[in-house]
Ligand binder design. Structure first.
Ligand code: SAH
Ligand code: MG
Length: 198
């Protein structure tokens, strides 16, 4: 992989305020990926491909990341980026709304990374649980949403997002098949290990 190109893509994304994964969040996830050596990763929210390209380094030989994005401009840019970094064999983009695409998928994944519309996190969780392998891990980025989620803040135009992020945390915490940690890295990261499959 062309690391210099990946670094340029990261800088450009930051300059353009595209919400790419933060360094400390990536560091935590990378630690897990090094252990798991996943064969299949599902990502919800590609943006310009930055996180997927970072994760691709930790795939098992022949492993694949499926990543979903609905924004046409970002899809175009992600495709160019993925090619320029030289990881096109490892990343497959599903183009469209994850709410429509997820129910059509039936593969099994070692890792899921949820990083898209916050108001849809409970739905993304339900679909992820359907496809996650035993001993897999589901990560959810931006789970603390600038601290709104843990404060009594609820008068904002983002209150639907906040309500759904709280619902996500409640569900992963109460699910006996999951072992969940919420970390204050980046914008908040939920890590749910699958203990067993129902
Ligand atoms: N994972 C990326 C950043 C993703 S930003 C990285 O760290 O590099 C979130 C992306 O999710 C945005 O590009 C947005 O267009 C996309 N998105 C939001 N809701 C979506 C949905 N319902 N279906 C598909 N993509 C969605
Ligand atoms: Mg994010």
């Amino acid at each position: 992989m062309n690391r210099e190109e990946l670094e340029n893509i990261k800088q450009k994304a930051l300059d353009e305020h595209i919400p790419i994964i933060m360094d400390d969040t990536l560091e935590v996830i990378a630690k897990y990926l090094k252990e798991i050596r996943p064969n299949r990763i599902l990502e919800i929210g590609t943006a310009v491909g930055y996180s997927a390209m970072c994760f691709s380094e930790y795939l098992a030989e022949g492993g694949i990341i499926d990543t979903i994005e609905r924004d046409e401009e970002r899809i175009k840019e992600a495709k160019v980026n993925i090619k320029n970094v030289g990881v096109e064999d490892k990343i497959n983009i599903y183009e469209g709304d994850a709410v429509e695409i997820l129910p059509t998928l039936n593969d099994k994944y070692d890792v899921v990374f949820i990083d898209a519309a916050k108001g849809k996190y409970p739905f993304f969780l339900k679909e992820s649980l359907r496809m996650i392998k035993e001993n897999g891990v589901i990560f959810a980025d931006n789970i603390l949403y600038k601290g709104y989620v843990m404060s009594d803040y609820n008068k904002h135009k983002q209150r639907t997002a906040v309500r759904n992020l709280r619902e996500y945390i409640k569900e992963v915490s109460e699910n006996p098949d999951l072992e969940t940690e919420i970390l204050e890295v980046g914008d908040g990261l939920a890590i749910s290990k699958i203990r067993r499959k129902a």
